[in-house]
Write a protein that binds this ligand. Structure first.
Ligand code: BGC
Length: 831
């Protein structure tokens, strides 16, 4: 055997695993969001009736690259039993278990049938497994349960390549689930509905069902979700989650929802006709009531928000206020949100947008904490496409403070006497002529609130910045240049193309990683570095078999979809645990992105990032392919679970916090993804996100900008889709003008996996390098050919190749792996 790996020979539980599990539990406690409660919760320990698909088969995270292979995940049934509840519906649960296994067998047959057609897409994107709904709940089930309290856990799985089925059986409850909920609500004194999905659901069923006493959005909470849920149910912990996206009353309320790819069947041209009006920006501006607003969530106690003190120092605005737990029994945490309503002026604005937020620590009854919410006025600027400027129009900026987007009161009025320019740009990503977007419904300017404090802002305090669009040259420290000077063109081509997913053996081997940079330059002093998914933890291979020849094979499936691979493929990919040497990697499954966002807790997210960084150090991962920070534009997007929010500010702040956490470990880096407008999974490699420049900048780029500015991530991943007809990795506007010239990013841009695969006629690898996308992942021979051809036919200049190579070298030199490689001269952990 001659592989270098940091995987362990022992499968014993380590202290790191215990620590990170505890953190996963804390994150789940803060992410679980209570949507309704008439006093039914908390529920004292005792007998409890538990039904539903997610009861024992609780979904801890979505499928695809975002999966995490943890040692063990505590589901809701297990969590309840460990906490001391007696679950009295074992018969229904056992029947469900059988139905689940049958559904898995049926699914395997279906997948095999599609695979036999050798249709390439179904090979790389296997059909997702949909959980069965379970049988009808009978009067006998109820009678035997011997309790007055029941939980009904609805579960839906989703993931890469497929969006959620808009038909009733996915986004809304199925017929049998609706009937079951009615049966339960009529039979039990307390009925608690639990939603175990990655993102929102249509809960119209609540309008026609009397007797549902509480609703919990469990989301997908990682490996300790069941334990956290049980503690919230019993009152041992109090819920403090707040929604990071609005829940519509019904799907029809989502603007142009009928045109979303999976609904209309028109996937290749996604026209963002709602423009700026995404999520609460739409609901609040157009007077449509959501079922649950953005920022909403209940707890077990009440809070009073005291008088705010608002100050402005030039462009910096600060709001301070005391928050008091006015309850008598429970401790709790409150999240305070600050929204700004900007003058509509000539450009038109949404009614309000989130400007800042802060969360208290755990406050005991009667306890008070003073929170500070701060933002910079320039971040409220609107983009004027005609002049290519970010501007603040003259008028009153009303600050609204509250608990969610529908529960705010004016805190102050910032008065800007004259309009100001914040920054001057060039126009980017021009849309096809004729794209019409939703316009503001009328004046959003509310009359100045009575008694509101008026704070004048000095227009002279705003200095306009003019962006310099000079193309960036080769950059890097002397050591980078020294190495670069030793490389020939073909070495550089190796460097800017990943080592392939199944290609030559990496020098450092992290089983289950998403990809590696090249190992062919080891003799020139450059180690390969390892890139791993994201975003709910590290996606690694838990147990690996190392054969005598040094091949590393799976022992358990690495992705759920692999369960259905044909026998021949399994033979190739799987090792023999009896014969081969086994090595182990136990990563922690944290709550998914949407669940983490519901904590609204930047410190907690920083801690999660740091915990991931610790695992990266342990196993030798240099780059984490996370956080995912696309905007949740439509609830049907199959990967919403990986993303934070419908709001760019919340997404940006949370991504920055995670980034700071991971990168507090020297030599470990994150990757902000997917840049940009990857808001649909169906035909993601072929679809074009068509949108106006203002929407692109204010909604879809803004979160990335915040995360870059406040987190300084090492990498960004370009997305699969086109933006106004141009593939993301081929967009000079996005990869260079926006990232580098406007935002000053000096890290590495990589492509999403196979997005430039020549055989599929998608983006071009050569044009990607010329556009500022430095690294082609996961790599492969065809990309190298395209790049070499590009050098010949002038699509790509030597200078571009050098610039991209320098960015790759810079990242490798900064990585922990390279440092260890240099110290040990390559003998890291040989087995
Ligand atoms: C996903 C990325 C992921 C990559 C590597 C792609 O299919 O879109 O998010 O990082 O695979 O696994």
């Amino acid at each position: 055997m001659d592989i270098n790996t940091k995987a362990s020979f022992s499968d014993a539980v380590t202290q790191r695993e215990k620590d990170n599990r505890r953190l996963a539990y804390s994150a789940a406690i803060e992410g679980i969001t209570l949507l309704e409660n008439d006093g039914a919760m908390p529920v004292p320990l005792g007998n409890i009736a538990l039904f539903g698909a997610g009861a024992a088969h609780t979904i801890k995270g979505g499928t695809g690259s975002g999966e995490v292979n943890e040692r063990h995940s505590v589901g809701i049934l297990e969590g309840l039993e460990k906490a001391g509840y007696r679950v009295t519906t074992q018969k229904w649960l056992a029947d469900y278990d059988e139905a689940f296994q049958q559904a898995e067998r049926d699914h395997a047959k279906l997948v095999a049938k599609r695979l036999r057609r050798l249709d390439f897409i179904s090979v790389i994107n296997p059909l997702p497994f949909r959980y069965p709904f379970g049988r009808k709940i009978t009067p006998q089930d109820v009678a035997e349960s011997d309790t007055d309290t029941c939980l009904y856990v609805i579960a839906r799985q989703s993931g890469e390549c497929y969006d959620r089925d808009p038909a009733k059986n996915d986004y809304a409850l199925s017929e049998v689930e609706r009937e079951n909920l009615k049966t339960l609500a009529a039979a039990y004194e307390k009925t608690i509905l639990v939603i175990n999905t990655g993102a929102s659901m249509d809960l119209a069923v609540l309008d026609e069902t009397k007797g549902v006493n509480a609703v919990v959005f469990f989301c997908q909470q990682g490996c300790e979700g069941g334990a956290a849920f049980a503690d919230i149910l019993s009152g041992a912990a109090t819920p403090s989650g707040r929604l990071s996206a609005s829940w519509a009353q019904r799907y029809e309320d989502i603007p142009f929802g009928d045109e979303y790819g999976v609904v209309s069947g028109r996937c290749d041209e996604a026209d963002y006709k709602e423009g700026l009006y995404v999520g609460y920006r739409y609901f609040d501006s157009f007077g449509v009531a959501p079922r649950y607003p953005f920022g909403y969530g209940l707890g077990y106690t009440e809070f009073a928000l005291g008088e705010p003190e608002v100050t402005a120092d030039k462009t910096a605005v600060r709001v301070r206020l005391p928050v008091t737990n006015t309850g008598e029994t429970y401790s709790g945490k409150e999240t305070v949100q600050l929204y700004a309503s900007c003058p509509a002026g000539g450009l038109g604005r949404e009614y309000q947008s989130l400007a800042a937020f802060a969360k208290t620590r755990l406050l005991a009854p009667g306890e008070t904490q003073t929170l500070t919410l701060a933002f910079d006025m320039r971040d409220l600027a609107a983009y004027d496409e005609k002049t290519a400027r970010f501007v603040l129009e003259a008028g009153d900026y009303v600050l609204r403070l509250g608990r969610h987007s529908r529960d705010t009161r004016p805190a102050a009025l910032l008065r800007l006497a004259a309009g100001v320019t914040v920054s001057r740009h060039q126009n980017i990503c021009p849309p096809a002529p004729g794209l019409k977007t939703l316009e503001q419904p009328g004046a959003t300017e509310a009359p100045p609130p009575e008694n509101a404090k008026i704070i004048p802002l000095d227009p002279a305090a705003f200095e306009a910045r003019t962006v310099d669009y000079t193309p960036p040259g080769v950059s890097g420290a002397p050591e980078v240049r020294r190495i670069l000077a030793t490389l020939e063109a073909r070495d550089m081509v190796e460097l800017v193309v990943g080592a392939g997913m199944f290609g030559p053996r990496p020098f450092l081997n992290v089983p289950g990683s998403g990809g590696n940079t090249t190992s062919v330059l080891v003799s020139k002093g450059l180690s390969n570095i390892v890139l791993c998914d994201g975003p709910a933890g590290l996606r690694l291979q838990k147990t690996s078999a190392v054969t005598k020849k040094g091949a590393v094979k799976m022992v358990e499936t690495q992705l759920a979809a692999m369960k259905n691979l044909p026998k021949i493929a399994k033979k190739l990919l799987f090792g023999n645990p009896q014969k081969d040497k086994l090595v182990y990697q136990f990563a922690t499954a944290f709550p998914v992105g949407n669940a983490l966002a519901q904590t609204w807790n930047t410190q907690l997210l920083q801690a999660v990032g740091s915990a991931v960084g610790r695992e990266m150090e342990e196993y030798g991962v240099s780059v984490w392919l996370a956080p995912g920070m696309n905007i949740q534009r439509n609830p049907l997007c199959g990967r919403n679970y990986e993303y934070f929010s419908e709001d760019p500010l919340l997404s940006g702040k949370l991504a920055a916090a995670i980034t700071r956490g991971v990168q507090s470990h020297e030599g470990c880096f994150v990757t902000l993804k997917h840049f940009a407008c990857n808001n649909q999974e169906e035909r993601r490699q072929w679809s074009s996100s068509n949108l106006d420049e203002r929407t692109l900048r204010e909604i879809y780029l803004r979160g990335f900008e915040i995360a870059l500015r406040e987190g300084r991530p090492g990498c960004v991943m370009s997305s699969y889709n086109k933006i106004n007809g141009v593939y993301a990795p081929n967009s000079y506007d996005l990869c260079t003008k926006v990232l580098r010239n406007e935002w000053g990013f000096d890290g590495l841009v990589m492509s999403d996996w196979f997005s430039t695969w020549a055989r599929m006629k998608l983006a071009s690898s050569a044009l990607a390098l010329a556009s500022g996308n430095d690294l082609i992942m996961p790599g492969g021979k065809s990309s190298k050919k395209v790049i070499l051809a590009g050098l010949k036919n002038g699509l790509l200049r030597q200078e571009d190749l050098k610039r991209c190579s320098a960015n790759v070298i810079k990242l490798i030199l900064a990585s922990r792996t390279q440092k260890e490689f240099e110290q040990t001269e390559g003998a890291t952990h040989g087995i």
